[in-house]
Design a protein around this ligand. Structure first.
Ligand SMILES: [Zn+2]
Length: 53
């Protein structure tokens, strides 16, 4: 049994305009039985992500 839990503190940054940065919350699929984080994911993958060039 796993559950998606929001990771606090930080997320993934994306641009909404020329200079505006926003943060997409990072979600962790947590197994509530053993505490294992199965995977990290975001709700909206189609952002204009700020990537390393
Ligand atoms: Zn488990």
């Amino acid at each position: 049994m796993s559950q998606s839990v929001e990771v606090g503190g930080t997320g993934l940054e994306y641009k909404t305009g020329m200079i505006i940065r926003n943060t997409e919350p990072l979600l962790a699929d947590l197994c509530k039985n053993c505490g294992t984080v199965v995977r990290f994911h975001v709700k909206n993958p189609d952002r204009n992500w700020i990537t390393k060039t």
